[in-house]
Design a protein around this ligand. Structure first.
Ligand code: AVJ
Length: 333
């Protein structure tokens, strides 16, 4: 076992899940946040997605990390406190640990069981490393539960999970991360690139229907945790690329007119109506650098694969670089 393994539980309360879901189902159009995908079954389905032929992001990012990990480690600096947002199975960080040798690794994820299992396994494999795992929703304000002031800070935010946020919210999240890092701190972040819409669409609507199961699992979770009565056969998965917004959208489409009860409240659907369950924004390198600039970072380096499918950016917190007056939306459009 490693020197230190600590676990901090800031998992959102069931009451918050209930309030967000019922608000989202009352809204027009209906929507649910993709952060709710990741219960135990959802995290396992997501791991299965990363193995699919069609889903290029994970394997492409891993290829970039394998190829350029040494350079990345040099930029981030040894002996740092390393925060990871959305650490999931902590598979990618392993590619950097030998070169980076951080003092403290602080994985943060909303999926509690998945986080504990992965962080414990990592702590066992790296006995010199102090591991402080935090179950938290990083889309809201979040705390750094353990932060010795003398350690330089870095953050890792892989997988293009930043794409789940509307550009304005993405900029605000990057700003909050910058505040935690402090001036001179570095953020290594994976960002999926704009590309052929058909390729994108296939990545989110695979032949084996794993992504469909991942999307529909959200209804099952609501049935179980919020006493819902969604009939899963009455909904289907839809993924489409929205070129105006530069994002993949995932929806659950109601096959028929129907009424569903969740947490004692009734919600009506007309045939063809959808629940918008996820957006996954895609950025060109220049668009993302502009967003980063707006959030108070200097773009330091960017790595891509040969096919230009995916990018990994190294950003340096530089509070003078903020494009503060400019609207974040403008920065990316
Ligand atoms: C984990 C948010 C990066 O947007 O590609 C995969 C989630 N959704 N297939 C993504 C996801 C459908 C994934 N992120």
């Amino acid at each position: 076992m490693s020197k230190t393994f600590n676990f901090y539980d800031f998992h959102p309360a069931l009451a918050d899940f209930r309030a967000e879901v019922t608000d989202g189902l009352r809204a027009e159009p209906k929507m649910l946040s993709p952060k709710f995908f990741y219960d135990k079954a959802g995290s396992e389905l997501f791991d299965a997605i990363t193995e699919l032929t069609e889903y290029y992001p994970s394997r492409t990012e891993i290829g970039i990390l394998e190829r350029h990990g040494e350079d990345m480690a040099r930029l981030l600096g040894r002996q740092c406190l390393l925060l990871e947002l959305g650490s999931g199975s902590s598979r990618k960080i392993r590619l950097l640990l030998d070169a980076l040798q951080p003092r403290v690794y602080m994985p943060m994820d909303i999926s509690r069981e998945h986080l504990i299992g992965s962080a414990e396994a990592l702590a066992a494999d790296y006995p010199e490393l102090e591991v402080h795992a935090a179950c938290a929703d990083y889309s809201a304000e979040f705390e750094i539960p353990y932060g010795p002031a003398h350690l330089p800070r870095a953050a890792f935010f892989p997988g293009s999970s930043i794409g789940n946020f509307e550009p304005t919210a993405a900029g605000e999240l990057l700003q909050r991360v910058a505040e935690h890092l402090g001036d001179g701190g570095r953020l290594l972040i994976g960002v999926d690139l704009k590309k052929d819409p058909l390729r994108l669409q296939r990545a989110y609507d695979d032949a084996e229907q794993v992504t469909a199961a991942f999307n529909l699992n959200l209804l099952q979770r609501i049935n179980r945790e919020l006493d819902g009565d969604f009939e899963l056969q009455q909904f289907s998965h839809r993924a489409l690329y929205n070129p105006q917004q530069g994002r993949i959208e995932m929806h659950l489409v109601s096959h028929v007119d129907q009424t569903v009860t969740v947490a004692g409240e009734r919600f009506s659907f007309v045939a063809g109506e959808t629940i918008h369950t996820e957006s996954s924004y895609k950025y060109s390198v220049a668009e993302f650098q502009q967003l980063a600039n707006w959030a108070g970072y200097q773009a330091e380096q960017v790595w891509t694969d040969d096919e230009q499918l995916f990018s990994v950016h190294c950003l340096r917190v530089d509070s003078r670089s903020t494009g503060g007056r400019q609207e974040c939306r403008e920065a990316v459009n």
